[in-house]
Design a protein around this ligand. Sequence first.
Ligand code: FPP
Length: 261
Amino acid sequence: MPLDENHVFVPSNNEMSVLDQINRDKLPQHIAVIMDGNGRWAKKQGLLRAAGHKRGTEGVREAIEGCAEIGIKYLTLYAFSTENWNRPKNEVDTLMNLLVSSLKKEIKTLQENKVALHAIGNLSTLPKKAQRELNEVIEKTKDNKRLRVTLALSYGAREEILKSFKEISIKVKNNIISPAEIDESYINNHLYTHDMPDVDLLIRTSGEQRVSNFLLWQIAYAEFYFTDVLWPDFKRENLHDAIYNYQKRERRFGKTSEQIQ
Ligand code: FPP
């Protein structure tokens, strides 16, 4: 074991866990996750896709607990896209039923850990039962301040941007605002995520490297992290790896390296 300047033994880097090496002063404020690979996980085990989605709820739990433990403030999970409605009806039903059962099951843990649940997307298209359950959990957890978990459900970034354009056009038409006054923050205020910071770190599992219509406006300066781990196998150690990797990068926001330093 190496010695530090005071001749005290310190663990060498390879003896420290990744968690120990994460700088708590440089955490990403907002992590977004494209949870992918449930179907492939199931196939590998010789199981039906539904079993992969069910096991995927373990990944959700790991991600939420991992973020709460380390001090992340915003976690947004892509749970169901506008395009996912095109999957076979039995798979859509499975996902909606899983949503309801997971909400019922997890409400107590969310409360105990001071986690607030939110949802973004075209929520009125969800089955009534899912809407009721979701609204109940959102209402009950709304004052929790440790971590905000947002489920993107029936969500599509283009739909979100289109909706904001329509709302803003109506305001222009009614002389509430002039086109010259519209700026980025005005558009931001018309998005589902108006009360959240931009995404700092976007994680996608299962080896796919694309954005799939997720938070297109909000990821303008996000760092991307892709891992081959299939979502049902995702553990908090994988989250630590992603955060550690993020902290090694230099975020320049269009400036030069010298300006940042
Ligand atoms: C992608 O895997 C995953 C989804 C479409 C849904 C995500 C759902 C969960 C993690 C489970 C439930 C979560 C909640 C909040 C109820 P895929 O089916 O596209 O996998 P594949 O690409 O391997 O086929």
